[in-house]
Design a binder for this molecule. Sequence first.
Ligand SMILES: [Zn+2]
Length: 306
Amino acid sequence: MRQMLAALCLIAPPVAAEDAPRVVADIAPIYSLVTQMMRGAGTPSQIIPTGASPHGYAMRPSEARALRDADLVVWVGPALTHWLEEPLDTLAGDAARLTLMSQAGTKTLPMREAVKLLDGEEHDHDHDDDHEGHGHDGDVDPHGWLAPSNAVLWAGVIAQTLEEMDAANAAIYTANWEDFRNEMADIEQELTDKLRPYRDTSFIVLHDAFHYFEATFGVEADAFIVPGDGSTPGPAQIKALRDYLAENPATCAFTAPQENDSLLRTVIEGQGTRIAVLDSMGDGITPYATLIREFADDMVACLSQG
Ligand SMILES: [Zn+2]
């Protein structure tokens, strides 16, 4: 009998030893990372639904309830979702909190100026009046999940936090983290090679949310309209951008599923620039490796038509 039990243990698939912690993630790509780390032990919940902008969002009762019940909250940080700080304190004050952009070793980039690339010698600085509400010099761009190195670092921190909170399922979290690390091992080289032919192909973006991807893979937007903090650009900035693009039309203009692209269409009107959608969020179910590969594929699909 004892032998039979031993044999059963050997062939049994990994089963959660007991209930996993209740984990809440802020946005879809972080939910995806947490889901991958918890696979076999439990499932997290997501606060900001796919298709909503994280820069401003009003939670539904079910999302507030998930926060109230949380043992652990995993979020990018206050620079992405400043409105979430207060509900985190009032609803999830007792939960452990993992602020991803603050983790040691995280790659950080400064917030770019809205018309940074227009600040060359032939342009004056008359857009200074429109800076109200914008990021300040030295602020960190919060869209850090598009650097695969950050995703790997954060997945490790998430797995380690879960191991400490839920020792009974620690082996599951460790195995999930190792699977993820293996899955991500060669991805930077793969996507760097894929994007190399397009390093000099010009593009602009509606919202400055892709800087980490650009910096990792050697491409760079000529300009963008909505700064990284999601604030609205002023009329002087829009005019400066239109003037610049009239002289230097871009091959592609990238928008995102959760953005209204009317402003983008306005600035590229009549320039022959193609509009394409880049999804930096995914649907939360898509594994991170697939999300970042599809992002690169969609970018190449547009740039390669130049
Ligand atoms: Zn954003």
